[in-house]
Design a protein around this ligand. Sequence first.
Ligand code: HEC
Ligand code: HEC
Ligand code: HEC
Ligand code: HEC
Length: 446
Amino acid sequence: MGRLVMWFGLPLLVLVSLGFYRPEPISKALPLGIVFGSEINGYITPCGCSKPMVGGIPRRGSLLKQLAQEYQLVRLENGDLTKAQNRQDELKAETLIEMLNQMGYDALNLGQYDYQLGLDYLQSLQSQFKGTLLSANVQENGNPVFTPFTVLEKSHLGRAVRVLVVGLISDKYADSVRQRNPQLQVVPHLSALDTLRSQIETQGDLRLLLFYGTAQEAEAIAQAHPYFHMIVYAKGGDGPLPTRTVGNTRLVFAGNDAKFVGLAKIEGEPLGVAQVDYTRLTEDFKDDPTIMQVKLGYLARVEAEDLLGMVPRRPTLTGDQFAGSRTCMPCHSEDYRIWQRTAHAKAMQTLIDEKHDKDPECVVCHVVGLEFESGFQNMQKTPNLKDVGCESCHGPAKRHVLDPQNNRLGKAGPQSCMGCHVPAHSPGFDFETYWKKIEHGFDKPK
Ligand code: HEC
Ligand code: HEC
Ligand code: HEC
Ligand code: HEC
C-alpha cells in the first residue's frame, strides 16, 4: 500500500501542487442566466452617509458568486461607468474595468459619458478589459471604432449555445459623443441594425441587445428588429422598471448607480427569457474581499495623485477668510463646548475610519471650505479646518475674530445646512429635528 502511494500518489500530488493537473469540476448542467445592469455612474460603493445604504460593486461581487452556483452566467453592463467629469472619473473607470474583470464580465456597451473620456482613453480601457467594449453605431471614416457585437460560447443545460450581444447607443446622443471626439460619427441606431441583421440572425442562438437609450426607443427597435430575445435599456432612473414584452422581445431595466442587479433566467426550446428578477444590494450582501482590495488600490491612487490638492478653489463671497473653530473658543466657550460634542466635530475622523480622508468627493462635506482659497487643504497644512466647523455654517469669520463688534456675521439659518444635508447623503434631514441635536447660541459672547 505504502509503495502504491509512493509510485502513483506522489507524482500526482506534485502535479496537483504545480497546477498541471486540475480535476474537472463536477459539471452540473446549469441553465443560462443573464446578469445585467446599466450606468454605474461612478458609484463604486455607496458613501455610507446614512444607513441603510443600497448598492455597490463589492456587494455585487458576492451576489454574482452566489448566482454562479446556480447559473451559467453571462455578465453584461450597459453604459456610463462614470460621469467623466475629471481625473478622478478616469481612475474610477479603470477601477471599474478591473472590478468587472474580477467578476468575469463578458461585455460593456459604451454610453455617452464613456465617450466623454475620449477615444484614446477608451481604447486603453479596452486593452485592460478582458471582456468586450461594444458600440455598433459609432464610427470613424465608416468603420466601427469598437466591436459591434460579440458571440459568447456558453452552455445551457449542458448544450452549447451561442449568445450574441450587440451594443448600441441612441442616435440622440450623437452630439454628446462627438463633443469630445469630433472625428466620430454616430450612425442612426435603427439603420445600424439593418446592416447587421443577417449576421445577428445567423450567428446567435440567443440574441441580446444592450441599448443606451430609453424604453420607448427600445420598443421601436423591438418592433423594427423582432429577432432579439431581450433588450436591456439604460435610461429610466435609479430603480428597476417592470419588464415589457414586444412580440418575442423582453425589454428590461435594472436601474442605474449600481444599486440593483438584474437576472434574466433562460429556458426552453426554443430558447427564451423565462423570468426576470432584480436584487437590491442591501447590507445583507457582504463586500466581496477581492473587489474591496481593488477599491483600496483606487483610493491609494486618489491619494498618490493628490486629487485633494487639485480641487479648484475660489475666493469667498464676502472676501473674508476662514479662521478655524478653535479661534472662536475664547469668546464663545459654551458654543464651542456644545459643538465639540456633536457629530460635526468628528466628521473627519469618520472619513479616516472609512479610508476616504484623501478623497475630495467626500472631504468636501466633512470639513470647512474645501472649495475656497482659504479653506481646508489637508491635515498637515490646515488641521484647524478639519471637521464640519463653526464656519461651515456661519461662513468665513477671520475679520469677526479680530474685531467682532465691527464685523458682524449674518444669520446662518436653515439654508446653511442644505449644501451638505442633501437627499443623497442625508435622506432623513429635517431642520427642526436636526437643529435640536446641535442647538447652541444661547450664551452671551465674551
Ligand atoms: C454632499 C455632502 C456629503 C458628501 C459629498 C459626503 N458626505 Fe458623508 N455625510 C454627509 C452628511 C450630511 C452626513 C450626515 C447624514 C445624516 O446623519 O443625516 C454624512 C455622514 C457620513 C457618515 C456617517 C457618519 C456616522 O457616524 O453616522 C459616513 C460614514 C460618511 N458620511 C462617509 C462619507 C464618504 C465615505 C463620502 C465619500 C464617498 C461622503 N461621506 C461624502 C455629507 C456628505
Ligand atoms: C459642511 C457640511 C455640513 C453642513 C453645512 C451641515 N452639516 Fe450636519 N453633518 C455633516 C456631516 C458630514 C455629518 C456627519 C458627521 C459624522 O458623523 O461624521 C453631519 C451630521 C449632522 C447631524 C448628526 C446626525 C445624527 O443622526 O446624529 C446633525 C444633527 C446635523 N448634521 C445637523 C445639521 C444642521 C442643523 C445643519 C445646518 C444648521 C448642518 N448639520 C449643516 C455635514 C454638514
Ligand atoms: C474676540 C471675541 C470673539 C471671537 C474670537 C469670536 N467672536 Fe463671535 N461674537 C463676539 C461678540 C462680542 C459677539 C456679539 C456681537 C454683538 O452682539 O455686538 C459675537 C457674535 C457672534 C455671532 C452672532 C452674530 C453676530 O455677528 O453678532 C456669531 C454667529 C458668532 N459670533 C460666531 C463666531 C464664530 C464662528 C467665531 C470663530 C470663527 C467667532 N464668533 C469668534 C466675539 C467673538
Ligand atoms: C451646523 C451648522 C452650525 C455650526 C457647525 C455652528 N453653528 Fe452656530 N448657529 C447655527 C445656526 C443655524 C444658528 C441659529 C441662528 C442663525 O440662524 O444664525 C446658530 C447660532 C449661533 C450663535 C447665536 C447667533 C445669534 O444670532 O444669536 C452663535 C454665537 C453661534 N452660533 C456660534 C457658533 C460657534 C462659535 C460655533 C462653533 C464652535 C458654531 N456656532 C457652530 C449653525 C451652526
